[in-house]
Design a protein around this ligand. Structure first.
Ligand SMILES: [Cu+2]
Length: 498
């Protein structure tokens, strides 16, 4: 596919045969703009083109969305830890873009967030990005722009793709790898309030947080405020196809399949089960667990990744899908077909189970004492911004019209920090820290250690603690990964002193 000129690539990539195939490789002959990035005479290792075009979710469901290389998900990019890569990103849309390398510890100017001062990829312009990938494991790339009320932008679009950084050794024995990206399309606003989700364990809430959140909501509703906007979806997909409309995953009895599952949603929490099978979770957010843990199904917050081995020991034709009947009926599933078996895919709802991050860690508390504890309280100001909920961290809302604000938290290089996150709202927030890996140290009161992540769901009215070492100087964004929450204030900046 190398050497295609742009118009030809665009033409080709709208052809259905290429949907799902990777279009990688260097390219030449387009105008370079921007600052210090141009090296037009050499070939990049990878090329990504951001453009809006139709993709087929199902035969009767063709939607126009912005994607990478005309496909959803974007092509799987395989890097080697520590080996520098160059990526050419072309933006064929009318709006500036940012490409964020989620879960990697790379410099701020290539991390892909305007708040960290990464330069934009200009409309109808290009940029060459170069960095040393790491740490190893399952990462991803996605857009990092504000969508606000525009449901065609940010993560409501199809700008999501998987990254795998080859490790020095493989943590588990398996026969093959399958990458799954879970994603909703056709978003719409609603104002009825979010659905209650009760799957996190421990379920203990903090009275003080609950009192604060409930009294704030009561006061808002007493002033005749409606409930703040939420986003719902019409189409649900795995790897860009609604259930029953993509190729099945064909397996053989006895095979051990390592699934790398990415929740590429703009804000939904997903679950995944496969009737008659269990998941042996080996890594979370790409980082190996202290030891693999077997679970009946998966719960995956926005932007979280889970790597799990499924031993194919229950022959048949099955639906691997979301445990929500409604979401699965609208497409959130994929067919698993054993060799020699045919017929209608079967679904059996598994018994309910709770999701406890501490199950995946060591039972003993982290022995390392942090050098400093940073307290953060998350709160919701119901419908305060033209019907949108306004979000605050310690009473501060990230400015909506000011991408580059002053950092709120200051780090000293080499020091170990604990973030004590207190959620004074009833929503679950998938909290993300850029450019650093953190360790879960307390989940809703339960001590744990050894689970290394870059996103963690903080339950409604719960308290969660994470530790991290300030080992990557530069501006560092901290935010809720729900597009709707981050766009309306739920962000904060760290910087390094000195
Ligand atoms: Cu949130």
């Amino acid at each position: 596919m190398n050497g295609l000129d742009h118009s030809r690539r665009k033409l080709l990539s709208t052809a259905p045969a290429l949907v799902g195939g990777a279009l990688l490789g260097g390219r030449a002959g387009f105008a370079w703009r921007g600052d210090g990035y141009q090296e037009p005479d050499t070939k990049a290792d990878y090329a990504l083109t951001i453009a809006t075009q139709p993709i087929e979710l199902a035969p009767n469901r063709i939607v126009s969305v912005t994607t990478y290389n005309g496909q959803f998900p974007g092509p799987l990019l395989r890097f080697r830890e520590g080996v520098r890569v160059t990526v050419d990103v072309r933006n064929d849309t009318d709006v500036p873009e940012q490409l964020h390398w989620h879960g990697q510890s790379i410099p701020s100017d290539v991390d892909g967030a305007a708040e960290e001062r990464t330069p934009f990829i200009p409309p109808h312009g290009s940029k060459r990005i170069s960095f040393v990938p790491g740490p190893s494991g399952f990462r991803f790339y996605h857009t990092h722009v504000r969508a606000g009320a525009d449901l065609s932008r940010g993560q409501y679009s199809g700008l999501v793709g998987p990254v795998y950084i080859e490790p020095n050794h493989n943590p588990g024995r398996y026969d093959r790898e399958v990458f799954l990206t879970l994603k909703e399309f056709q978003p719409t606003f609603s104002q009825g309030g979010d659905m209650d989700m009760d799957f996190l364990s421990p379920s203990a809430t903090v009275k003080e947080l609950k009192d604060a959140g409930e009294s704030a909501m009561k006061a808002s509703l007493a002033k005749k405020m409606p409930k703040g906007y939420e986003v719902g979806y019409d189409a649900f997909t795995i790897n860009g196809r609604m259930l029953g409309h993509g190729d099945p995953i064909r397996v053989k009895q006895g095979e051990r399949v390592l699934f790398h599952v990415l929740n590429g949603s703009a804000g939904e929490i997903r679950s995944l089960a496969l009737p008659g099978h269990t998941f042996l979770v080996t890594a979370m957010d790409g980082n190996p667990l202290p030891k693999p843990v077997r679970v009946p199904g998966l719960w995956i917050g926005t932007a979280e990744r889970i790597s799990a081995i499924v031993e194919m020991n229950h022959p048949g034709v099955w639906v691997m899908g979301d445990m929500s009947n409604d979401d699965r009926h609208h497409g959130m599933g994929i067919v698993i077909e054993y060799a020699g078996h045919a017929g209608k895919p079967q679904w059996i709802t598994p018994p309910p189970f709770h999701w406890n991050y501490a199950h995946f860690g060591r039972t003993e508390a982290q022995s390392q004492t942090p050098g400093q504890v940073i307290d953060m309280t998350f709160a919701k100001d119901n419908a305060a911004l033209a019907g949108f909920n306004r979000w605050t961290i310690n009473g501060m809302s990230y400015p909506l019209d000011q991408m580059m604000t002053a950092p709120s938290f200051h780090l000293i290089q080499g020091k170990r920090y604990r973030l004590r996150m207190r959620n004074a709202s009833d929503d679950i927030h998938p909290i993300h820290l850029h450019r650093h890996t953190f360790e879960l140290t307390r989940v809703a009161g339960q001590p744990t250690s050894g689970v290394l992540k870059d996103v963690v769901m903080v339950g409604g009215y719960q308290e969660t603690e994470i530790d991290f070492t300030a080992d990557n100087p530069g501006l560092t964004l901290f935010h809720c990964h729900q597009q709707l929450h981050m766009d309306y204030g739920f962000m904060s900046l760290f910087d390094y002193e000195g």
